[in-house]
Design a protein. Structure first.
Length: 106
């Protein structure tokens, strides 16, 4: 483990409740170092409130460790995008239904 990884683990242990804020602005060039910290097996056990393990895009991650989280986060991105599209479609249908009611009343 290099010094940078050690420093990141200390930040998580000392201030685990703020882990999301600490890494939300982390740039892509430092992603490998962050993933090395993510793979520590007892990271979630140390702070059960952290749900954003290994997720740099601001989406909610799944508690677990290492590689499993990286795979699940990819699925969450797809679900999040689909959810946004579905909400937009539902809104358009509601607007169309309201317009139809107005036409019938005339």
């Amino acid at each position: 483990m290099n010094m940078g990884q050690d420093r990141q683990m200390q930040m998580i242990g000392g201030n685990g409740g703020n882990q999301f804020r600490q890494y939300a602005g982390q740039s892509a060039w430092n992603l490998n170092g962050y993933n090395a910290v993510q793979n520590v097996r007892n990271q979630v056990a140390q702070n059960a409130r952290v749900h954003n393990v290994g997720n740099q895009m601001g989406l909610i991650g799944v508690q677990g460790n290492g590689i499993q989280n990286q795979i699940r986060n990819g699925n969450l991105v797809a679900k999040e995008e689909a959810g946004i599209q579905l909400q937009a479609e539902e809104y358009d249908l509601m607007a169309a239904a309201a317009d139809l009611d107005e036409i019938e009343e005339v």
